[in-house]
Design a protein around this ligand. Sequence first.
Ligand SMILES: *Cc1c(COP(=O)(O)O)cnc(C)c1O
Length: 407
Amino acid sequence: MRDLQLPIYLDHSATTPVDKRVVEAMLPFFTEGFGNAASRNHPFGWKAEEGVDYAREQVARLINANPKEIIFTSGATEGDNLGIKGVFEMYARKGNHIITCVTEHKAVLDTCKALEKKGAEVTYLPVNGDGTINLEELKAAFTDKTILVCLMFANNEVGIVHPIKEIAEMTHQHKALFMTDGTQAVGKIPVDVMEMGIDIMAFTAHKMYGPKGVGALYVRRKNPRVKVTAQLDGGGHERGMRSGTLNVPGIVGFGAACEIAQQEMEAEAKRLAALRDKLETSLLQIEESVVNGNVDSRLPHVSNISFKFVEGEGLMMGFNQEIGVSSGSACTSASLEPSYVLKAMGLDDELAHSSIRFSLGRSTTEAQIDYTIEKVTKAVNKMRDLSPLWEMHLEGIDISTIEWADH
Ligand SMILES: *Cc1c(COP(=O)(O)O)cnc(C)c1O
């Protein structure tokens, strides 16, 4: 453990470092390959376009799409906006009803809210205690005005993975389009748009060892041919769906990141699942600790754990100089509101506040996990030693029954 470098990064669901091989691939496109990929009449443009074309193939291959179905964006937030708003406008004659879910990322929820002001009817499906949706509830939500179901592949806070293929099938039976926010899943677990029946999918490079500020929207071209209206007007890049000079180095890096993920994903998922399981099993030895989210359908590298009677933010102060993780309140911008995802899963404020998300990645080692287990265990015990609530709990008092004096 003496060789251990601090701090340790266990927040890969928030963002990942750029893989050195990705940086290598990008570098030439800042200098000699600097051209504008839309400059069709000289070698500077051709070289940039070649880089983009190659990356488009690499990105498409990872998700089993055709390169023509890839629209480069600035990231998943833009992809979510383009997909949802683009469908709402393009299919306005068919209907105005969208089905999504309360535990989606804000990029989806806030986009839907914005559309409600423009006449969209949105159904926000609730979730079960383990973060999954009830397929019967989904089935019952369809109307003859339903144009889109938008449901994330894997949740960013608890890592649960929805049964995408089943949901897509049900959506198609009701003649609507199926869109998924694939951000947390692509490059981590197999995602196959053909096999799974995905019509539209947003994803981003910086959550899979690529650079920030670049992502893609997959838009199906066959069975059915899907169209979205552009949300940025301009030069008509990306088949008219997304104008703006392409971020050539970023796109090249995204492509390289996809190729590396495709080659290494399977072995890496196994390695990380073993480390995650070790971390989780050890931390669950701590009294009154629970895993949040369905553990049978979950990303291999994520564990979200609540430690009852301690407050996540306070707990993190015990080790956040050394270990970078997220708490159940960090996800909604800078506020200390408890996570809306955990609350939607039925956790009370206390328990939502006491949760920590550990997300492992390519640089995670066993020594780091061992150190984390030790540090977190000590910090939880120390906080509890200082907590009157914990003392009462040990004395067998049910804290939920206490009537607190007004103040
Ligand atoms: C990170 C994330 C986003 C936003 O992606 P950006 O590329 O940072 O805009 C959207 N959806 C999910 C599920 C995410 O985890």
